[in-house]
Design a protein around this ligand. Structure first.
Ligand code: GAR
Length: 309
């Protein structure tokens, strides 16, 4: 469990334990301070319950965050906790920054001014670092018949947003509620005239509304040889851990069309790599990334070219 959390935070083991201590200190300090303020205000068991509740909630919502940042600063972890706080503020809709970078405002082109795009506009959906998105963007730069027109992301601090900014590609930050129970952002995709969607490390299931709107025009990359090691919950490092735990001597990548079932759409391309005895999930992840970077961009290109035939 600790290892998974460490991977999620993307920190070294030493830093992980420092962060852990900071969270512990913050919890204890908040509790002590709440008790101190309660007695300073002369509150006891006989006081009106609502005032006591408001004080506790206030301390939890604001005091805790301030104390967290203070300990973070004192123990040299300001950057981590500031990013953590910003993420919280972005979720609450109060902040529009991510990783020190101004998130490009969703630019919605005026449909009345749109002229048909001679290049097929592609949207890349990604949730993480975005190394695959980057390779696809670089591969298609200057292409005569297609272009990456939009990056769609569900995490305000995902590395892929910085990559989009570097390449001047508009981004769309999506929210779970609207994606799954709303219109799946179809209007925005249509405003950008998106004709093809590439999932490059996108960890949410694609809602049926989107699959219906883009039949056979959504493809995904999976870091294993499907149908093995696919399905709900199988993504990123979890896949490599499962492959190694099962004692497989090979793994690979699968690029496939997306249908309404997780990782079950028709396969387009597979490539393999050996799993050596003693390989760690991290080493296997590197081999898989190398395969993805080599084959995914050209597979996207070939698949999109078929649209125009
Ligand atoms: C890639 O390895 C991709 O295959 C995987 O996420 C990684 C994203 O890396 N996708 C899944 O696990 C989907 N089930 P990236 O952000 O560096 O491109």
């Amino acid at each position: 469990m600790f290892k998974r959390l460490q991977q999620k935070w993307g920190v070294s083991t030493r830093q992980f334990w420092i962060l852990f201590i900071i969270f512990g200190l913050t919890g204890t300090t908040t509790a002590m301070l709440t008790r101190y303020i309660t007695s300073w205000l002369g509150m006891d068991e006989t006081s009106f319950w609502l005032w006591k509740l408001l004080l506790r909630v206030g301390m939890l919502l604001f005091g805790y965050q301030v104390i967290l940042l203070t300990y973070g600063f004192l123990l040299g972890q300001w950057a981590f906790f500031w990013k953590y706080e910003k993420k919280l503020l972005v979720r609450l809709g109060i902040w529009r920054l991510e990783s020190g970078v101004v998130a490009p405002k969703p630019q919605t082109p005026n449909p009345k001014l749109q002229i048909p795009n001679p290049k097929v506009p592609i949207a890349i959906f990604a949730s993480g670092a975005g190394s695959n998105a980057q390779k696809i963007i670089e591969h298609l730069k200057g292409h005569v018949s297609m272009q990456v027109a939009l990056i769609v992301c569900n995490k305000p601090d995902a590395g892929v947003l910085s990559i989009a900014k570097t390449h001047g590609i508009p981004t769309l930050l999506i929210e779970k509620e609207r994606f799954f129970r709303g219109d799946a952002y179809l209007a925005e995709l249509q405003n950008y005239q998106i004709r093809f969607i590439v999932l490059a490390g996108f960890l949410w299931k694609v809602p049926d509304a989107l699959i219906k709107a883009y039949p056979d025009k959504i493809i995904n990359i999976h870091p294993a040889l499907l149908p093995k090691y696919g399905g709900k919950g199988m993504y990123g490092m979890r896949v490599h851990e499962a492959v190694i735990a099962a004692g497989e001597n090979e793994s690979g990548i699968t690029i496939h069309y997306v249908n309404e079932h997780f990782d079950e759409g028709a396969p387009i391309f597979q490539a393999r790599c050996p799993v050596e005895p003693g390989d760690t999930p991290e080493q296997l992840a590197q081999k898989i990334h190398a395969l993805e970077h080599r084959y995914f961009p050209e597979t996207v290109e070939k698949t999109v070219e078929k649209l125009n035939r």
